[in-house]
Design a protein around this ligand. Structure first.
Ligand SMILES: [Fe+2]
Ligand SMILES: [Fe+2]
Length: 293
């Protein structure tokens, strides 16, 4: 699977930044808390993979690394603007973004490159799991404000497209054996705890900052159902995929969801149509689709 860098712009109505999800503001802020993780997080991913680029001989994988970096750079650019809308709406977006930069910069200083790559591999498995869920189940985001839905769908599609790149780099540059397995599995355990603690913390802070909106009992009920509901909740639905990561022979494409990528051209066309229909929007231009290499 060759990741393609798509230079897209999205029409995000700023008055809906705190309430764009069809299930209300509390679920909106779950997505918003994830958005706050991307600028610092994706930079960390790009750097940890780039560190090993010269050790890759396979020209195919080299190209995939370029595509991966190109896609993450586009995601970051769009999430920075998205997060600015959250800041404008009165949420502490910049403060939380800076906090994550500080944490990850500290990690960069103290962790050896192989640990940093392990963290990336684990978090790329997270983005792949969450992306797959978003794409396979229309109740995850369907019916929400169009521009936000398009942006999250685009991000989910590209996370799927490049889901194996950091893992293939990992397998290429690290010596096979129990050490490699233990580092990957152990990092998944610690990364899981850290990731959800940060998401929970950021999510609660956004809800508190937006508390004047009201409807908290219904909103909290919806978000609890959205995340933990036994049939459709995020956590129960990703549990199997999360466990599969611990198989010694795991590979991201063991979960073959290539079929989900068939939507991508239709999505790009829909983004164009939305942007053309709202020429006054500040992000109404798309600057063409180009291949990574
Ligand atoms: Fe991304
Ligand atoms: Fe990614």
């Amino acid at each position: 699977m060759m990741p393609v860098r798509r230079d897209l712009r999205f029409n995000l109505p700023k008055e809906r930044a705190c309430d764009w999800h069809v299930q209300g503001s509390h679920v909106t802020h779950f997505f918003n808390s994830l958005s706050l993780l991307f600028p610092a997080g994706e930079r960390f991913f790009m750097d940890s993979v780039r560190h090993y680029r010269d050790q890759i001989d396979d020209p195919e994988l080299k190209k995939q690394v370029l595509g991966f970096i190109g896609q993450e750079a586009m995601h970051t650019r769009e999430h920075v603007e998205y997060n600015d809308l959250l800041q404008e709406a009165g949420l502490p977006a910049h403060k939380l973004d800076r906090r994550l930069w500080a944490m990850l910069n500290f990690g960069r200083k103290i962790l050896p490159p192989s640990y940093q790559l392990a963290v990336t591999v684990c978090l790329e498995h997270y983005t792949a799991m969450l992306a797959s869920l978003l794409l396979e189940d229309s109740s995850r985001i369907g019916g929400s404000v169009e521009g936000y839905t398009q942006m999250w769908t685009w991000h989910a599609l590209e996370e799927t497209e490049h889901k194996s790149v950091s893992y293939d780099v990992w397998n290429t540059v690290l010596k096979p054996g129990p050490g490699r397995y233990l580092l990957r599995a152990g990092t998944m355990l610690t990364t899981t705890v850290m990731f959800w603690l940060i998401v929970f913390d950021y999510h609660v802070r956004l809800i508190i900052a937006d508390r004047k909106r009201g409807g908290h009992i219904r909103g909290m009920w919806r978000v609890v159902k959205y995340l933990y509901g036994p049939r459709h909740g995020v956590f129960p639905r990703i549990a199997g995929d999360w466990l599969s990561f611990f198989r010694p022979g795991f590979h991201p494409w063991d979960h073959d969801n290539r079929a989900q990528l068939a939507r991508i051209d239709a999505l790009v066309a829909a983004v164009d149509a939305t942007n053309a229909a709202t020429p006054s929007a500040r992000k109404a231009t798309r600057r063409g689709v180009q291949a990574a290499a």
